[in-house]
Design a binder for this molecule. Structure first.
Ligand code: ATP
Length: 199
């Protein structure tokens, strides 16, 4: 799977529609301070489901919408689309190309799309779960995060390693199954009690 392109429009400093095409190999983004390099990375995190406004250096989510400059009025909508080449079917779907879009209006209305179809945030999170991508992934390491990982508690670091290794999903499934088993056992106990009362 490869990152093919990113389209940003009305998101942070990108008032006009801007398309970035990623060619094979490594891509470096350079520019003066404050020119929007970090905003590009934040656009990637946002379209993949980031829910924390603070994590995007804002107070509320609408702060990602272009807020205007001395020469230009604010906009009412932010939209980001990320396109992946999935011809190797790394992401478990039949699509060979995946376009994920997220839109947000000042009114707070928002929507997510996968290949033009309206989807829930959950569908996007599940698409990327245990792939090493996604909003909580470690494929994007922001400034200061490396230090935070080193300084985290041993258990938290273990969770990070489990997530990277792809076993976290199975741990969650196991916990869910154990809860269901417990519930079923309680139901069985209740049935047993009723049977004894009736007998
Ligand atoms: P540095 O090299 O200093 O880390 P950078 O290239 O990563 O800088 P960013 O932090 O991505 O730059 O961009 C900051 C710019 O984005 C600032 O000029 C800020 O005013 C602008 N900006 C952030 N949010 C918005 C918004 N909602 N509307 C308009 N401009 C915004």
């Amino acid at each position: 799977m490869k990152l093919k392109s990113l389209e940003i429009s009305g998101f942070k400093s990108f008032a006009d529609k801007t398309k970035i095409e990623f060619k094979p190999g490594m891509t470096g983004i350079v520019g003066p301070n404050g020119s929007g390099k970090s905003n590009i990375i934040e656009a990637i995190r946002w379209v993949m489901g980031e829910q924390s406004a603070k994590g995007l250096r804002g107070e509320k989510m609408q702060d990602v919408i272009f807020g205007g400059t001395s020469k230009r009025s604010p906009l009412n909508r932010a939209e980001v689309t990320i396109v992946f080449d999935n011809s190797d079917h790394y992401l478990k779907t039949d699509f060979t190309e995946i376009r994920i879009s997220r839109r947000l209006y000042r009114s707070g209305e928002s929507n997510y799309l996968i290949n033009g179809q309206d989807v829930r945030l959950r569908d996007i999170v599940e698409l990327f779960m245990d792939t090493g991508l996604g909003r909580e992934s470690f494929s994007i390491i922001s400034q200061g995060r490396v230090e935070a990982i080193f300084n985290s508690k041993a258990e938290d670091r273990r969770t990070i390693i489990e997530e990277v290794a792809g076993v976290y999903k199975y741990k969650q499934n196991k916990e869910r199954a154990q809860k269901e088993l417990k519930q079923t056992q309680e139901n069985l106990d209740r049935v047993e009690d009723i049977l004894q009362e009736v007998a």
